[in-house]
Design a protein around this ligand. Structure first.
Ligand SMILES: Nc1ncnc2c1ncn2[C@@H]1O[C@H](COP(=O)(O)OP(=O)(O)OP(=O)(O)O)[C@@H](O)[C@H]1O
Length: 503
């Protein structure tokens, strides 16, 4: 019997003129956690999508459990025992958790007997410490919970090989630990995991081997035990030395730009999500916001950017009372917003990259002449953002949805940082970015701070928050637990506050 559960041989996948994978070989041993690493656009998701039957054509051969297979649709992949959790979840928000779990199952019994299905789902959740109420609607779940649901959904379908595409991007440190415990449990039971991640520390911690893709081709497969540090992995991925430090200039405060006073706000179900929140941010400083996902951070950002109405309290931006402003009015005060969910609030997938790059400014003089859009100017503007932020796209006319996840994030961030805003509200700005792009975007945010922008940065990446922020505000159950100076911030000082402990 083969020691490999999966062998992909000489895989080539083209999209028109783009060669996303070229002659790639990947061998996965049974029971291992195997990392797939590469820069944004290197072809990781494409390779996994070939395996999961998302495309009906690719060149090369796939062997699963020693047998040759031709996987042309996800149903075939699932039937073989392959489960995939995509970067962008494949859930239907209006349906309940259990309806999502059984959706597409051929087993009529499960469809008819929802209660029994819910019971099996709950047992599975308990077993892997990932419990979710089967009867709530998916739209009511936090991003972290939705990801747990995706994993449980794959396990419900008896996945032997689980592909996790950047699973920790949306998780808090505690949730990451929980996921790693679950992965260890799964491999202990004989499951195999392919772990796509940009987080080198996590790859070093949890993986047995790592395959590196570069520009669509195989660069190397290495044993993690033989890799000395994350710098070595970064260099292997990029093909040259990568700078992992961010420069920080001394603080130069330029006066209050954002003031939030006694803000209260309810969520869609009428539950209080913000309880008497007050703080301010000055020009020239970065105020980091940390907390376990779902503790009011999203609602706070939505209130500030006009996407949600506060039930009481006051928001002032550059001296203007914006509490009841629309998003457009707030935008016109030169407020930039890197949203939590780039697909929902940051881009229009069916539009081209260049159209997306003028979404917030198309009606300004800069891009129109006599009320008509000037596509020559727009093209020049788009190309310069794509060059600056190294957005990998065949042309600026490409539909945004066809770009890799990291490259979508790069152009959204590029568009928002292009102007020098009075206030930058950045939520998970480096989500899905490779290490080189992360460092670049962090340095750009730092540049905005040094030019006098007030930055409110929400992140679940504690290391990123501690490195970039001047002060860090911790949220728990809709309240501010404390605001800590960067010099006093550490996992030890922030951790208890994130858990709601004040002593
Ligand atoms: N449906 C598609 N149509 C056209 N081009 C595509 C399509 N899907 C992917 N590509 C292109 O294939 C290349 C590889 O993309 P892929 O999503 O596999 O990269 P990735 O390594 O997963 O990147 P990331 O880390 O940003 O998620 C990119 O240049 C991307 O634009």
């Amino acid at each position: 019997m083969s020691e490999y559960i999966l062998e992909m041989k000489h895989i080539t996948k083209r999209f028109a003129s783009v060669v996303a994978n070229e002659d790639v070989n990947l061998s996965i041993k049974k029971g291992e956690v195997h990392a797939l690493l590469g820069e944004n656009g290197a072809g990781k998701s494409t390779l996994m999508n070939c395996l999961y039957g998302m495309y009906d054509s690719y060149e090369g051969e796939i062997f699963f459990d020693g047998k040759p297979v031709k996987i042309q649709d996800p149903k075939q992949a699932i039937a073989l025992g392959i489960g995939m959790v995509h970067q962008h979840f494949m859930l239907i928000p209006a349906l309940t958790v259990i309806e999502n779990v059984i959706l597409g199952l051929q087993d009529n019994k499960a469809v008819l007997d929802l209660k029994a299905a819910a019971q099996r789902f709950t047992e599975l959740g308990k077993r892997y410490n990932m419990e979710i109420d089967p009867w709530v609607r998916v739209e009511q779940l936090s991003v972290g919970q939705q990801q747990r649901l995706e994993i449980l959904k794959a396990l419900y379908r008896d996945a032997k090989l689980l592909i996790l595409d950047e699973p920790t991007a949306v998780l808090t440190p505690d949730e990451v630990d929980g996921l790693f415990d679950m992965m260890n449990m799964l491999t202990g039971e004989g499951h195999t995991v392919i772990f796509i991640s940009h987080k080198l520390n996590e790859i070093m911690k949890i993986c047995d081997r790592c395959t590196v893709l570069r520009l669509g081709r195989l660069a190397a497969t290495v044993e993690i035990s033989e890799v000395h540090n994350r710098q070595e992995l970064a260099n292997l991925m990029v093909g040259h030395q990568v700078e992992l430090k961010t420069d920080k200039k001394p603080l130069n405060l330029r006066g209050e730009r954002l003031k939030v006073e006694n803000l209260c706000c309810d969520n869609d179900r009428g539950l209080p999500m913000l309880k008497d929140v007050s703080f301010s941010v000055q020009g020239g400083e970065i105020l980091g916001v940390c907390g376990v996902d779902g503790n009011g951070q999203s609602e706070l950002v939505q209130c500030i950017t006009g996407l949600r109405q506060a039930s009481s309290g006051k928001i002032t931006i550059t001296g203007v009372d914006t509490t009841h402003f629309t998003p457009k009015q707030i935008l016109n005060l030169d407020v930039s917003h890197i949203p939590e969910d780039r697909h929902k609030y940051g881009m229009v997938g069916a539009m081209s990259v260049e159209e997306n790059l003028i979404l917030v400014s198309y009606d300004r003089k800069l891009f129109s002449l006599h009320n008509f859009l000037n596509w020559k100017w727009i093209a020049g503007h788009s190309k310069s953002i794509c060059d600056l932020f190294k957005v990998k796209t065949p042309t600026i006319k490409e539909k945004a949805i066809n770009l890799s996840g990291g490259n979508q994030q790069k152009f959204v961030v590029g568009r928002e940082l292009d102007r020098t805003p009075n206030l930058l509200v950045a939520v998970h700005p480096s989500r899905g970015l490779d290490i080189g792009a992360t460092k670049y975007i962090q340095s750009q945010i730092m540049g905005q701070r040094d030019r006098g922008t007030a930055v409110l940065m929400v992140s679940t990446e504690l290391d990123e928050l501690i490195e970039l922020s001047d002060r860090i505000m911790v949220m728990f159950e809709g309240k501010i637990m404390g605001i800590i100076d960067q010099k006093d911030a550490s996992r030890e000082t922030l951790g208890p506050l994130m858990a709601g402990l004040t002593e």
